[in-house]
Write a protein that binds this ligand. Sequence first.
Ligand code: PLP
Length: 427
Amino acid sequence: MSQTAALLGGTPAVTAATPSWPLVDQETLAEITRVITEETLCPVGAEGTQGEFEREFAALHGRKYGLAVNGGTAALMLALHGAGVQPGDEVIASPFTWGASVSCILQNFAIPIFADIDPHTFTLDPDSIERRITLRTKAIVVVHIFGFPADMTRIMEVAQRHGLAVIEDCAQAHGGKHAGRLLGSWGTVGAFSLQASKNLTGGEGGILVCDDREIYERAMSMGTHPQRLYAELELPEFREKIDSLAFNYRMHSMAAAMANTQLKYLEEWTLARGRNAQRLYDAVRDIPYVHVPDPLLETDRHAYYNIPFTYEPGVIPLSRDEFVEALKAEQVAANIYVKVPLYLRPRFQNHDYFGRGYPWALAPEPIEYRKGDCPVAERMVMVEFQVSGNYYVDEPELMAQIGAAIGKVGEHAAELRAWFDAKKAQS
Ligand SMILES: Cc1ncc(COP(=O)(O)O)c(C=O)c1O
């Protein structure tokens, strides 16, 4: 048996350094300096480096248009607006995600309707989506959570059958693929975050990509400076509305410089993330209290924003939360991502977002969110855990140590149980 568990005073199992992220190297710093001294600090138009980034990022995804903004939340909000979501529309959403995947619906005064998730990928289940569609449904927000590719083939079939827009929330999925095609290239609009923890980052920032001129112009009209609108808008319905009444969702020029410099490494980094995840999965495959996800199809590619697992309760005498606490003490960047499905949280239970019951007050019939609405999501929040971190270079030693830490906690489960019990008795 390995030495004492770190939570009980032993030496942590992980001693190898975690790669530093975001990467602020000489190449990035030189480009940031060039952009802020030779270009501008405030890119109100699509010229210069920001425009180059928009074009490169859109082209990588086989898209006609890219619109850089100041965050993933702004990209999602504009994506829905651009796709024509209007107050009172229903939009199908995932209950197992970061709030911004759903706040973008509320911020458009539309009404989130939650569909259940697939127990293997944590992403929206196409059959559950279809069961939630009504005459008022306008769009679906699909989240490639943790970098798991959602089943875009089936989701697009459902959407096309019902005439719905599909917004891909790719905040955690840069470089991931479904059926050989990059995530963000499938839906009506792909929306990405470039926040500091993300697989491609500008420190902060976001970008949306799409093919439809009208969607691009409508999104731009709601989020950018009139100077850009005068330069770019072609459609008369949007040109006549040029003014300064839009949101200010502009990207900072330093964010554009950083993301644009690092875009060329995304493929290499994504492949290394995949190799590291496989190393870790291989190291723990035979440990009965953790499950590694089923292998993806050959043509799919996980982006591994995080390395997700599920915990099998009852195998060792620790709850999932205690297991994760013990792992953290071993210096593993372990986390639980979603503890409560979104629809069971107070804002949804109490219809309390903007006040006065809006946007739900716009629904012709009362909308209620109940326990049991999405049984798979309710089960997954009890068992999911992940190893977070940006493992974008090959890290065989670090992955072996994280694997050993997962094993070590199990070996010391009885002592840890006694420690947790004693702690509980004291409190
Ligand atoms: C799935 C998901 N969607 C949207 C966002 C929002 O992105 P941002 O923080 O850039 O606004 C995040 C950020 O963590 C995210 O993880």
